[in-house]
Ligand binder design. Structure first.
Ligand code: LMR
Length: 335
């Protein structure tokens, strides 16, 4: 009897570490490049709150803002390797993965309004594109649309000719490269984390971004002019490591899926107002001159940039571009 008791006690001691291990939460590292106060930063924190709540603490989400864990290009590599589990990069940064199709969304003036953009990102087109990411071990969970870009620069950008000879920071997309060249500027690909210093020191003259990034990264303090041009858009893909996501236990997966859905709704419901408020705050700061385009200026920009659409037909194929036009509501102007 005594022998049996000792054996049982020993077994319990051996079992104990396993039992404790089974209760360890699954860690989801969520890395991103913007401020916790920008729409993406807030939605990442919302995802953390909801995922931890809906899984009863079976997952723990660690959010790393402001490129504190990885910068633009590194974060995609880290996700593929499984060193990080969630990212929400701009879809203009998927070129290095060897997927060119996402660049199509950078065609100037493509999305006629927010409603078309939201419908596009929930359409079967995105499901098809997602398969290309899956093949690279990257699984898209949702799209977060952050609205339209404005330009900032150290000189006024009123008409297309004003870009001539300027060094403009761009994200990695080949379409953004073509846009800058069409304007006569010199495009320079640069990680978001390096942008503030590059603008401050004059390594580049300007960039385009959404007002919430310009406010929260303080770009408006190191740029003299902002043009409300709304010429392109910034959209994020919430992406995960495919193997990691597929391997989530059955009692965890519904909770995180629900958190993805609700943090996506949160993003898409709040980003537009955040960007409008940010533009107001930037204007109120009086640290930068804010120029709202008049219609004649806008028409001159559209005319100047339409050749990029022509040029990109050979890159994407006419059929693909036409399907994107249909979904985005874009009608090419008659020349
Ligand atoms: C940029 O690089 O300008 C943006 O994509 C940053 C971001 O993620 O909002």
């Amino acid at each position: 009897m005594r022998k049996w008791l000792i054996a049982a006690a020993a077994a319990a001691v051996i079992m104990a570490p396993g039992a404790v291990l089974a209760q360890q939460p699954i860690i989801i590292k969520f890395s991103h490049v913007v401020s916790p106060d920008a729409p993406k930063g807030k939605a990442a924190l919302k995802f953390k709150e909801l995922a931890e709540k809906y899984t009863d603490g079976k997952v723990k989400v660690e959010v790393y803002p402001n490129s504190s864990l990885y910068k633009d290009k590194e974060e995609l590599e880290a996700l593929q390797l499984g060193s990080v589990q969630l990212l929400a990069p701009s879809i203009s940064k998927f070129g290095p993965l060897g997927i060119k199709e996402y660049d199509v969304f950078d065609l100037p003036y493509l999305m006629v309004d927010d409603a078309h953009a939201h419908a596009m990102y929930e359409s079967p087109i995105m499901v098809d594109l997602g398969k290309k990411l899956d093949a690279k071990s990257v699984h898209p969970l949702a799209y977060w649309d952050n609205g339209a870009h404005v330009y900032t620069c150290n000189k006024p950008l009123v008409l297309p000719d004003d870009f001539r000879g300027l060094k403009m920071r761009i994200q990695g997309s080949k379409v953004l490269d073509a846009v800058a060249r069409e304007l006569g500027a010199i495009p320079q690909i640069m990680a978001f984390s390096e942008l503030y210093q590059a603008l401050q020191t004059g390594v580049v003259d300007g960039e385009d971004n959404v007002p919430s990034n310009i406010l929260t990264q303080k770009f408006y303090e190191v740029q003299k002019h902002l043009t409300v041009s709304y010429h392109g858009r910034l959209t994020y893909a919430l992406i995960t490591n495919k193997k990691f996501w597929d391997g989530l236990p059955a009692d965890v997966r519904p909770g995180v899926d629900r958190a993805v859905k609700e943090s996506t709704d949160f993003f898409n419901e709040t980003a537009a107002k955040d960007n409008a408020d940010a533009l107001d705050k930037i204007k109120a700061s009086a640290k930068i001159d804010v120029h709202y385009q008049i219609d004649a200026e806008k028409q001159a920009w559209i005319k100047k940039l339409m050749p990029v659409h022509q040029e990109m037909q050979s890159r994407f194929g006419k059929g693909f571009i036409e399907s994107i036009y249909k979904a985005s509501g874009f009608v090419p102007p008659q020349s």
